[in-house]
Ligand binder design. Structure first.
Ligand code: PHE
Length: 344
């Protein structure tokens, strides 16, 4: 029996050393150490031995079994580590590799248009007003009163305004012109600024009109500012924005905060003559409103009208983008359809 035990120890040790995987090792363990394993078979037969032999062989059997347990546990650690390493190696991800598909965001066409227009005015010495002069939630006082709209002036209806319920006389601004007031209240002339932003009007949404759109306001106040300065700046803007081939036309118009006032038209870009759907056959498209700052407005903000004069203008960003890129529906800017947006 002693020889048998030694043989078991020898064979088991070889098999343990040869085990290539945790599975192999489990099989060795089953073969030699389980209840039906070779060692246990010997232990079961101990009862047939003499007391003396029982003690000797029993002790040896325990020693063999302890030794094997120890060997198996060592091998187990070894195999576990190497299998783990193999797995980590196989599943390794190189996070420095560029992926095949990287969706890239784009600047929205309206933001692109605003940036482009701001650049043009930068080139003519204008700077952009601080944002705090141009809040979208505005008071009626700034949006209308200070801009020379009298309380019952019919012009208040020109722009269908969104009123709020939370505070009386607080509105969603209907135009960016209020920024002129905040600018002039905060800084004395010379002033040469523009201010892009959102405006809101309570209108039925259609291909031509959305109740949220964007304007860019412009304001110049200095000594000796005349209507020809206004014309020069706006003609230059149209020339750069649309390209030199496009003619402009100044039409007399009315705004409470400018006098005299004008609307500026550019030649229709999509003109197909008499039945043209873009310009209704007139050959001209209105792109902005402008005028000399009304003396009442200058007085409202405490600017000396003997020394200073100024001009202001306001243009619709969507309109300018639509005319440049031949877009026929204003809603396209707001639907976030990537088939549209990806074209810019
Ligand atoms: N605020 C005017 C509008 O929304 C445009 C405008 C701005 C006209 C500045 C004159 C001067 O229609």
């Amino acid at each position: 029996m002693k020889e048998k035990l030694e043989l078991i120890l020898k064979n088991a040790t070889t098999e343990i050393n040869n085990a290539q995987s945790l599975e192999d090792l489990d099989n060795v363990k089953l073969k030699f150490l389980s209840r039906k394993g070779e060692l246990n078979t010997i232990k079961k037969n101990l009862k047939d031995l003499s007391d003396k032999d029982k003690r000797v062989v029993g002790a040896l059997a325990n020693k063999v079994s302890n030794e094997l347990e120890e060997l198996i546990s060592q091998k187990n650690n070894e195999l576990y580590k190497s299998e783990l390493n193999k797995k980590l190696e196989a599943e390794k991800i190189d996070i420095t590799l560029p992926s095949d598909f990287r969706p890239q965001g784009k600047v929205h066409p309206l933001t692109q248009t605003i940036n482009e227009i701001v650049e043009i005015f930068h080139g003519m010495g204008f700077s952009v007003m601080p944002n705090e002069y141009s809040p979208e939630v505005e008071t009626e006082y700034i949006n209308f009163d200070m801009l020379n709209f009298s309380p019952n002036h019919p012009a208040r209806d020109m722009q269908d305004t969104f009123y709020t319920k939370t505070a009386p006389n607080v509105i969603l601004r209907s135009q960016t012109s209020g920024a002129q007031i905040r600018q002039m209240l905060n800084k004395k002339p010379p002033i040469r600024v523009i201010s892009p932003g959102r405006v809101y009007r309570c209108e039925a949404v259609s291909a031509r009109k959305n109740n949220l759109f964007h304007q860019i306001e412009g304001l110049v106040v200095d000594k000796d500012i005349t209507f020809s300065d206004l014309k020069g700046v706006l003609n230059e803007f149209v020339r750069i924005y649309f390209g030199s081939a496009r003619a402009t036309r100044f039409r007399a118009s009315y705004f409470p905060f400018t006098e005299p006032s004008a609307e500026v038209d550019v030649q229709c870009i999509m003109c197909s003559g008499k039945g043209c759907r873009t310009c209704s056959g007139s050959g001209w498209l209105e792109v902005l409103g402008a005028g000399m700052v009304h003396v009442n407005v200058l007085k409202n903000v405490g600017i000396d009208t003997e020394t200073y004069s100024g001009f202001a203008f306001g243009m619709g960003v969507e309109r300018l983008a639509m005319l440049k890129y031949a877009i026929n529906d204003i809603r396209l800017f707001f639907n976030n359809d990537t088939r549209f947006l990806n074209q810019f």
